[in-house]
Design a protein around this ligand. Structure first.
Ligand code: FEO
Length: 181
């Protein structure tokens, strides 16, 4: 039996088509983020910075959990998940610092997307979605703060290989989100 929102959400008194479309767009944006971070991992592995590459692979996994949250929510509200093509990410970031600068730029972009979704939910008096999105608002603050701190560390390290080695070791210890260790 087709889900109501696939037919006519307004008539069913559920979310608007615009809202439903935006949730699928965000689901796809999270998958694209995972793809981007995996390409950054490949760049770092190519420079034998295995710890940083590991950090980036963890980041990619987290993005897939973000997309899964949207997937589940779209289903919970009887929406229809629409998957898009994944854009090809860059393969070369110029330098290690260039990689993390690109991460920060990307996360700021994602933050703006999440804030637009919150605004849309507010405009539509969609309180349930606004609560659902609060987790993402907080997550974006944390993600931007983490990357900004890494950029500060890289700034301090400059071109000292020892510092880069230590940071690589440190980032290699990153555990998956929710891990108790
Ligand atoms: Fe899903 Fe890095 O934001």
């Amino acid at each position: 039996m087709p889900k109501l929102n696939r037919m006519c959400p307004e008539m069913a008194g559920l979310k608007s088509l615009e809202e439903l479309q935006k949730y699928s767009e965000q689901l796809n944006a999270e998958i694209s983020s995972a793809h981007l971070y995996l390409s950054m991992a490949a760049y770092l592995d190519g420079k034998s910075l295995e710890g940083m590459a590991h950090w980036m692979k963890m980041q990619a996994q987290e993005e897939l959990t973000h997309s899964a949250k949207f997937y589940a929510y779209i289903n919970d509200i009887n929406g229809s998940v629409q998957l898009d093509a994944i854009p090809k990410p860059d393969a070369d970031y110029g330098s290690v610092k260039g990689v993390f600068e690109a991460v920060l730029k990307h996360e700021k972009h994602v933050t703006a997307l999440i804030h637009k979704l919150v605004q849309l939910a507010r405009n539509e008096s969609d309180y349930a979605t606004e609560i659902f999105l609060q987790w993402f608002v907080s997550e974006q603050v944390e993600e931007e703060a983490n990357v900004s701190k890494l950029l500060d560390d890289l700034e301090l390290i400059g071109d000292k290989p020892q510092g880069l080695f230590m940071l690589d070791r440190q980032l290699g210890a990153r555990q998956a989100a929710g891990s108790s260790h």
